[in-house]
Ligand binder design. Structure first.
Ligand SMILES: [Zn+2]
Length: 110
């Protein structure tokens, strides 16, 4: 188990692309493509901070995903949950339009 754990930790720190949208990840803070650690099953919904539940994600995907979780796919199958989250994010992006990022909008704007 220790080996798997260190492999996943390395994979996360070595990741160059967002697991969800495939965009190139930046190491600079404050940008939408900044690399962040995301939990496939959100911590708020019983997910654990384990390598199996962790992916490299861009900031925007993490924001859009929020605490989304498809309970129908539990118990956790990493592959199926990832596929489902990608579909979910693609739907949201279609709704908000591909040109704009909703992360971009100041909260006060109407
Ligand atoms: Zn992304």
């Amino acid at each position: 188990m220790g080996e798997v754990k260190s492999f996943c930790t390395k994979a996360l720190s070595a990741a160059k692309l967002c697991t969800y949208c495939g965009r190139r990840l930046s190491v600079f803070g404050g940008r939408f493509d900044t690399k962040v650690k995301d939990f496939i099953v959100p911590l708020s919904k019983g997910g654990e901070d384990t390598p199996e539940n962790t992916v490299a994600s861009c900031k925007e995907c993490q924001f859009l995903k929020g605490d989304y979780l498809n309970y129908a796919l539990l118990p956790m199958s990493r592959t199926r949950l990832l596929g489902d989250i990608r579909r979910y994010l693609a739907e949201i992006r279609q709704l908000v339009g591909s040109r704009s990022s909703i992360v971009d909008l100041p909260s006060s704007r109407r």
